[in-house]
Ligand binder design. Sequence first.
Ligand SMILES: Nc1nc2c(ncn2[C@@H]2O[C@H](COP(=O)(O)OP(=O)(O)O)[C@@H](O)[C@H]2O)c(=O)[nH]1
Ligand SMILES: [Mg+2]
Length: 258
Amino acid sequence: MNSSFQTIVIVPTYNEAENVSPLLERILSLEENVDVLIVDDNSPDGTGEVVDAIAEKNSRVQVIHRTAKLGLGTAYTAGFTHALQHGYDRIITMDADFSHNPRYIPALLRLTETCDLAIGSRYVPGGGVRLWGLHRRLLSHGANLFARSVLGLHAHDCTAGFRCYRAAVLEAVDPHSIRADGYSYLLEMLWRVQKAGFSVAETPIVFTDRRRGASKISQKEIFHAAGTVFRLAFSHGAAPAIKPPPRQTDRLRPSDPS
Ligand SMILES: Nc1nc2c(ncn2[C@@H]2O[C@H](COP(=O)(O)OP(=O)(O)O)[C@@H](O)[C@H]2O)c(=O)[nH]1
Ligand SMILES: [Mg+2]
């Protein structure tokens, strides 16, 4: 499939020098003509310089350099702001460490032809997790069960970072208003998207733990997510009640004759 969407893939990075170059190669070799935006937090291992060298030769690669490790949540927000300013129709987020395999990008894009937010999900039939220990599996399952039951989220993988948003979703749900960071950011965004009445669907992915580099997300973040769930649960619909724009306003749908 080679869709007519203008698509950008946002990849936040911190110390991913070993991963970023092969990842960009894989994404850019997809049949889908997607651009890539790396949001790097001044990684001490030189990730930013590696990306600069690639971006110099390839206009499909863009980079935002931030001055310090400012967190995953604000990295997404910076990426979303850039994507909207540059008129992209589809905005994909993924990790740099190959836990999110670029081969799922076409399925995510396809799914947004019929929904507003597509999630690459570990917890629907056909999905799964490889190379994670029991502890991390249990924490992730527990966090999802908890978020689903307390917040009434319909998705099975609420903390998944592999997503594809229609631009209209991010125009309506202002990413700057999201208070949480890390996994909690993803939870809060999903909650706001669902509350605003947008449709969410999942496509299975097999998530593999990173083979190179180290995880930056501490397990304490998973517990921090529990605090976010309570904050949202007791906010009694504090998320702005935004009416999603009608589907036909979506730009460049593949069926559009224009
Ligand atoms: N820009 C930026 N990226 C980050 C930060 N923390 C993590 N990341 C990136 O976010 C993605 C997920 O982080 P990772 O450490 O793999 O988390 P894990 O898979 O949950 O262990 C990776 O691409 C990281 O490089 C941060 O503070 N700033
Ligand atoms: Mg990872």
